[in-house]
Every structure is written in structure tokens, then in C-alpha cells.
Design a protein around this ligand. Structure first.
Ligand SMILES: [Zn+2]
Length: 402
């Protein structure tokens, strides 16, 4: 079978510094980055003219583009902040008037446009519209609660909705979302995991299924569910974290392959193939790093280092440059390692993956289904390059809040 990745042509870190004394990215590197960001933004602009405005998801549609422009407005001090914010508004307005109420999560459903809308309107000083978005976001809970078959995973499920609530709290303040709502959703996720773990006599105190499989990765599985739960700071949920979530992360550490990669599901324990954020080590690494930050156990940092070494070897993917199952999603693994360790080896690796993306489209990668989208395409690549300008504050888009 053809290899899923390209051989990594880059030398690993040899001690050079990429930062100025004040911790910023060295100016010649930053200038190269900005040039490449501008080039890709022009290509994105052309590409988006042909995309389907009916897809309003963060994952593959217009809300993802709004998320990118909000990021540009927040991060690029180039005098175009107001213009970026207006562009973000343009991309979020249509979704806000056409939500279909079929899906509820942030990345694939209505919580994404509503939470992004709240933040964008707030930045523009339109407080009534901000409130309206927040009310509609909170109201989703009623529909979700009535559907007991609702999954728990990130892309479509309860923790995907939970992320929408946390996103608004993070950007606009804790008081903007009722904390009891955050606690209720978190407890439902915990109850659901406890029930399944008991029924299945699981080795972990919480277990989850999606489409009849025990998925383990960030998109549909345990890594994403525990990551979202660990981002909840509500005091009523915190004690449960140590009691229930920590042993689950301990269990996940035991599942890591000798290669450093991580399995996509319990049904696929012999298949060490996928090195994607959605399935594999590039998603798990975020869970291990956050567990290390919260619980302080070196075992998690060690597991994360093993993920990062594997991603360095096998992370330049033939599937393309996106964040879900592409090279920049994998590069975020290095940025989170840099955040937690301050080790410039990881910044070097992130930089090399960025250099790979400077030759966007020239490696013969397969074209994703949504080539300009946030999760599969060019918008995600640009998002990453912008984050690399300020590596100490980089956050995996629509997933990481700390
Ligand atoms: Zn994917």
C-alpha cells in the first residue's frame, strides 16, 4: 500500500534559536510567515468565490471562514483588524439566519455559528445581537436534552455543544453563560460515560461509543471528550475530574502503540496507521498535555513527547495541509508541546511543517473534499501560520481554549 505520509526531509533541531529575547518569533521568520499568509489569503479569497454558501458549518463551511477572519482580527496587528472583523461578520450573518436545527455541536452544528456570532457582534459593539446569539445558543440545550440518543463525542455530540458554551465564556466572560448550564451538560456527559462503562465492564470508569464503535481519537472518541471535560473550570465538576477523568487518561496511556502513535478505536487496536488530529497521536497529544497541566503527572508529558516524536517522523501527510487530517493539524502538536515545555525543539518542528506549507499544493497531495475550509483546507493552514507568529499563545482552532 502507498504510504500515507511523505518522508520528512527536514533536519531536526540542532540548538538554534527562533525567538527574540522578548520571546517573539525572530523578525526574518515572522516576515517570511506574513508574506506566505498574504499569498494564501489571496488564493483563499479566489477559491471561496466558488464554494457552497449552504454549508454553514465551522468544519467545512462559512462559519469556519468567519472563525479564520476573527482570528486574523485578533492576531494580525497590520491595521486591517476592522476590515477582517467586517469580513468575519459577512461570513457569519448568512448562517445565523439559516440555521436548520439538525445538528447542535460547535464544529458541525448550530452552536458554532451562534457562539462565533456572539463574539463577532460583541467585538462590533452590537450588544442586542450578541445577547440574541447567546440566548439561541443556550436554548439548544432543551432540544438536545430531549434526545437521549444524542452522542457525546466532539464533532457532533454533547461535548461539541459544551465547547460552544465554553467558547463564549472564554471570549466574553464567565457571566455570559449560565454556569449551571455548563455543569448540567458536563454531568450528562459524565453520566453517559459511567453508564456505558458499567454495562461494558470497561477498564476505564468512563466509556463512550459513536456509531457502534469505541472511538478513541479527538474527533469522535475519548481523547476529544476528556479534553473538553478538562477545559471545564466549573467548581462543581472539578472533583469529578480527578475521580473519574484522570483514571481514564491513565487507561489511555496504556493504549499508546510502541511507535508513539495511538489507536483510532478499541476495535482497531492492531492498526497503527492514521497520524491525524481526528484519529491518532495528533489528537491524543492535546489530551495528554492538558492532563499533565492539570494533574502534574510526568507520565502524561512522557506520552505526549512520544506522540510528538512520531508526528515529526510521519506527520507530513499526503491527505493535504488541513487541520483535521492534514499537516497543519499535526503541526499544532508541536505548538502545544512548545507551550507546555518552552523547548525550542518543538518550535523548530512547527516551523519546518510551516515551511512545508509554504509550498502549498506543490507536493502532489490529494485535494480535500472542501479545499478552502477551516478543518480540511486552506483556511486551516492560514489559521496555523497566523498562530505561529505568536507561538506562545497558539491554540488549536475551535478546540483549545487555554
Ligand atoms: Zn479528519
Amino acid at each position: 500500500m502507498d504510504k500515507r505520509e511523505f518522508d520528512n526531509p527536514f533536519e531536526d533541531y540542532s540548538g538554534e534559536t527562533l525567538l527574540t529575547s522578548s520571546g517573539k518569533l525572530e523578525e526574518s521568520l515572522a516576515s517570511t510567515l506574513r508574506k506566505n499568509i498574504d499569498n494564501l489569503l489571496q488564493n483563499l479569497h479566489v477559491g471561496l468565490a466558488d464554494t457552497d454558501p449552504g454549508d454553514y458549518s465551522v468544519y467545512s463551511g462559512t462559519s469556519g471562514i468567519a472563525a479564520l477572519y476573527l482570528h486574523l482580527a485578533n492576531k494580525l496587528g497590520d491595521g486591517r483588524g476592522a476590515q477582517y472583523l467586517q469580513t468575519a461578520l459577512t461570513y457569519i450573518k448568512h448562517p445565523l439566519n439559516h440555521l436548520n436545527g439538525r445538528r447542535f455541536s460547535f464544529v458541525c452544528g448550530d452552536a458554532g455559528p451562534l457562539a462565533l456570532g456572539a463574539v463577532i457582534y460583541s467585538k462590533l459593539g452590537q450588544n442586542d445581537k450578541t445577547k440574541d446569539c447567546i440566548n439561541r445558543l443556550s436554548a439548544i440545550y432543551v432540544t438536545m436534552y430531549q434526545d437521549k440518543s444524542f452522542p457525546d463525542e466532539f464533532l457532533f455530540g454533547r461535548v461539541g455543544y459544551l465547547f460552544g458554551l465554553l467558547f463564549v465564556q472564554y471570549h466574553l466572560g464567565k457571566d455570559k453563560i449560565d454556569n449551571s448550564l455548563v455543569a448540567r451538560v458536563s454531568k450528562e456527559v459524565l453520566d453517559s460515560g459511567r453508564n456505558l462503562a458499567q454495562v461494558d465492564r470497561s477498564r476505564a470508569p468512563l466509556m463512550y461509543m459513536w456509531h457502534e464503535k469505541y472511538y478513541l481519537g479527538a474527533a469522535h472518541g475519548l481523547a476529544g471528550i476528556f479534553y473538553m471535560l478538562m477545559q471545564v473550570s466549573d467548581p462543581s465538576v472539578q472533583p469529578i475530574m480527578t475521580q473519574l477523568v484522570k483514571p481514564c487518561i491513565d487507561y489511555m496511556v496504556t493504549l499508546q502503540f510502541p511507535s508513539g502513535n495511538c489507536p483510532s478505536s478499541l476495535e482497531n487496536m492492531s492498526s497503527d496507521k492514521l497520524v491525524h488530529w481526528c484519529h491518532g497521536a495528533p489528537g491524543w497529544i492535546h489530551t495528554f498535555v492538558l492532563a499533565y497541566k492539570i494533574f502534574g503527572d510526568e507520565v502524561y508529558l512522557h506520552a505526549a513527547r512520544r506522540c510528538a516524536d512520531l508526528i515529526w517522523k510521519k506527520g507530513l501527510l499526503r491527505k493535504g495541509y488541513g487541520i483535521c487530517h492534514g499537516t497543519t493539524g499535526n503541526a499544532y502538536a508541536f505548538l502545544v508541546m512548545f507551550r507546555i515545555t518552552q523547548d525550542q525543539k518543538y518550535l523548530h518542528r512547527a516551523w519546518k511543517f510551516a515551511e512545508w506549507c509554504f509550498d502549498y499544493g506543490k507536493h502532489g497531495c490529494r485535494t480535500p473534499d472542501h479545499p478552502f475550509s477551516l478543518f480540511e483546507g486552506m483556511a486551516g493552514t492560514i489559521y496555523f501560520l497566523v498562530d505561529l507568529l505568536d507561538p506562545g499563545n497558539a491554540k488549536f482552532p475551535s478546540y483549545q481554549l487555554w
